[in-house]
Design a protein around this ligand. Structure first.
Ligand code: SF4
Length: 260
């Protein structure tokens, strides 16, 4: 269900590395990723995550006013929602915000799991400073379907990366969260290296409020043979992530490790 809402502010200060502002066209996210911790960041209390999304229908108007007075800085588009989730097909709030950011020449960093970003290539390639990050957590679409049910398929995301690059747009890959024993690091990095992103940002599975239960419920339901292994990782008995970092050191891709 999509609910239209009116907001009073558009840009909010961001503490994420490399970003000055966060801009989120929607509240809630139809991708409904099992490991999502946006629920705790935005204090979501409106039912099952993914079922309801609030579209900030007046956001472009507010943004337009703010861009006239705000100090120029990097805008992170979609820090606690996906700016290209299904609702964007109808509402085009992200697109209208991009038009304004372009007009004011603000640097932009987009992060998405949706190939709908390709719709806006005409705008994206006009920016003097813009990059698009596409998230990939697995190479296996049967895992992706369960883990990120509303997002684009693995193939569609790889295609989006390739098309963006072909159009001269700087891309990067967010490989995260690495899901122990489900993210096949070798196969996934092999597929990513073909589309040549500027860099790959790797992040481990973070266990913020509620995420541990959600992930363990998912593992119990779909991959019960991994339950014990996940419990060992969650309890700190096994440091799975160290093994991933070792793998990063052996690759030709440029890796950055998220260290928040
Ligand atoms: S795309 Fe991001 S915000 Fe949306 S559900 Fe997935 S992790 Fe959460």
């Amino acid at each position: 269900m999509i609910k239209e809402i009116i907001v009073k502010t558009a840009l909010s200060p961001s503490k994420l590395p490399g970003l000055d502002y966060a801009l989120n066209p929607y509240r809630g996210c139809q991708h409904a990723c099992v490991y999502c911790y946006a629920t705790s960041v935005i204090h979501w209390e409106k039912g099952k995550w993914g079922d309801i999304v609030e579209a900030k229908i007046n956001l472009p108007r507010i943004l337009s006013k703010e861009l006239r007075v705000k100090k120029k800085g990097v805008v992170g588009l979609g820090t606690v929602t996906d700016p290209y989730q299904q609702a964007e097909k109808k509402y085009e709030i992200t697109r209208r915000c991009l038009e304004l950011l372009l007009m004011h020449d603000f640097p932009v960093c987009i992060q998405t799991k949706s190939s709908l970003v390709l719709r806006d290539i005409d705008l994206l390639k006009k920016f003097s400073n813009l990059e698009v990050g596409i998230t990939l957590t697995t190479h296996d679409d049967s895992v992706r379907e369960k883990l990120e049910p509303g997002a684009s398929s693995v193939e569609e995301r790889l295609h989006a990366l390739s098309e963006l690059s072909k159009n001269g747009i700087k891309t990067w890959v967010f490989m995260g969260p690495v899901m122990p024993y489900l993210t096949d690091f070798e196969t996934l990095t092999g597929a990513i290296s073909i589309v040549k992103p500027a860099y790959v940002l790797v992040d481990k599975l973070r266990l913020k409020d509620g995420v541990q239960n959600s992930v363990l419920g998912f593992i119990n339901e779909f991959y019960p043979h991994l339950t014990e292994k996940y419990e060992r990782i969650f309890s700190g008995e096994e440091n799975y992530f160290d093994k991933i970092l070792e793998s990063c050191a052996n690759k030709t891709l440029k890796f950055k490790i998220k260290s928040l």
